[in-house]
Design a protein around this ligand. Structure first.
Ligand SMILES: [Zn+2]
Length: 448
């Protein structure tokens, strides 16, 4: 149903550009596309009389605003089953002790369905309108995840995970099986016929794939013009093993296989060397910044400002369950924290820690509006889907959140537009996200 929202509308246009319309408007057509947005609805309606006719009017309160939906650039759907558990180990031990045994259980279709219903529900409730999911090695249950995203109306990239080495006997496939199942999975997702869900090529990480398998996956991505996702430079111990096996840098290992393209998003990038950052920029690759996971698994502090300054697209990822929350709003706050902590190291002599080797008195940590960009348009750009979603540009799909900052506690005074957004970022939760829209369709409604 064609609708006009009347009230405060906010979005970002780039890393440094935040735009808001106080007492503004946004018009969505029957197809779920944005056909009008701005400050003066009366002026728009008089110059677009045919489109303005018969619109359903939704009046927002003084404490409500409309913003683009959150984009989660990196989430492991099966690990929702162990969310908040087993966070007492670094990456490689964590994988072997908790995560590989859990993911092996997804050969069971019933179990997979139960977990995948849960993760799609939970992320939608938290306002994730677009997610890039890792599933498991299992083709059938990964298709179940794709079907579940379609059924619940979430926009998603879904990947069958590929791993043929350095994995436990109970959770590994041959390169031939991996390639065959990946091609079948791509075909299976396309047969679903939904514009919301797309397949993405998903080598787990360089360490769990042979050079030959990585190359085959790069070829498949090229042949079918597919998105690609994986992990890069997450943890120092892992990086040393990768360099030992591939005899090149972490980024070099992927590049030799043709896996660094302008449709590639790599999670983490915490410890990338300067020449690797330059290579990602040259190839048009993006990074999914996962600050919660980087802290939980003791990986490190990723310097987002460094990546953005180098011209690399950056979005945010929950990295469930290395990260402890399904909410991109939580991750956004963690990104601000990590950036502040880096700022401390670069400017202060922290007692007990000493002086950072490279001080930078001119370092500027992330601002909340920039973090909002990373959580929305930055994420859409990182997933190469910004032509469809990420902000409120005419012709894009209406993927949006209706936020009400008065749900839990009414503010003590009337807030400005900037303050509404600031309040939501620093004190908000899924309870403040009262409606969620994907492609114009209302997915989550107000609590009754
Ligand atoms: Zn991950």
């Amino acid at each position: 149903m064609a609708t006009v929202f009347l009230g405060t509308v906010v979005h970002t246009k780039s890393f440094g550009e935040f735009e808001s319309f106080e007492k503004g408007f946004l018009v969505v057509d029957d197809a779920g596309k944005i056909i009008g947005v701005g400050q003066d609805y009366k002026a728009w309606a008089s110059s677009n009389p045919a489109q303005a006719k018969g619109l359903t009017e939704v009046q927002l309160s003084d404490y409500q605003f409309l913003m683009p939906g959150f984009v989660d650039c990196h989430i492991h759907a099966p690990q929702f089953a162990q969310l908040g558990l087993g966070l007492d180990m670094p990456l490689l031990d964590w994988l072997n002790t908790y995560t590989f045994p859990l993911e092996a259980k997804f050969s069971d279709q019933q179990y997979a369905l139960q977990v995948y219903q849960g993760v799609v529900e939970a992320t939608l409730r938290c306002g994730t309108t677009l997610a890039s999911y890792f599933a498991t090695n299992h083709m059938e249950s990964t298709l179940t995840l794709a079907r579940e995203a379609v059924r619940q109306g979430q926009r998603a990239l879904v990947g069958k995970v590929c791993s043929n080495c350095n994995s436990p006997d109970f959770y590994v496939e041959s390169a031939e099986e991996s390639v065959r199942a990946t091609v079948a999975f791509v075909d299976g997702v396309r047969k679903l016929g939904s514009p919301l869900v797309m397949p993405t090529i998903t080598p787990r990480f360089a360490l769990s794939c042979s050079k030959e398998l990585l190359k085959d996956l790069g070829d498949i991505a090229k042949r079918f013009d597919l998105h690609i996702q994986s992990h890069i430079s997450e943890n120092l111990a892992e990086i040393e093993v990768v360099k030992g096996i591939f005899k090149t840098s972490y980024a070099g290992a992927y590049d030799e296989a043709g896996l660094l393209t302008n449709k590639t998003v790599m999670a983490h990038g915490v410890h990338l060397e300067d020449d690797e950052v330059a290579l990602l920029k040259t190839r048009g690759c993006s990074v999914a910044h996962c600050p919660a996971s980087n802290t939980m698994l003791s990986s490190g502090l990723c310097d987002v400002q460094r990546l953005v300054s180098a011209g690399v697209n950056v979005g945010l990822g929950t990295d469930v369950s290395g990260g402890n929350s399904v909410s991109i709003l939580d991750v956004l706050l963690r990104a601000l924290d990590v950036s502040k902590h880096l700022d401390f190291f670069k400017k202060q002599n922290i007692r007990g820690t000493g002086v950072a080797e490279t001080q930078d008195p001119n370092y500027i940590p992330l601002k909340y509006k920039q973090a909002l960009y990373l959580a929305t348009l930055g994420g859409a750009q990182a997933l190469s889907l910004d032509q469809l979603t990420g902000n409120f540009v005419l012709g894009k799909e209406f993927d949006a959140l209706l936020v009400d900052v008065s749900v839990v506690e009414k503010p003590m005074r009337r807030l400005s537009v900037d303050e509404l957004v600031e309040k939501f970022i620093y004190t908000g939760s899924d309870r403040n996200i009262i409606e969620v829209f994907v492609a114009g369709k209302r997915i989550k409604q107000k609590y009754q």
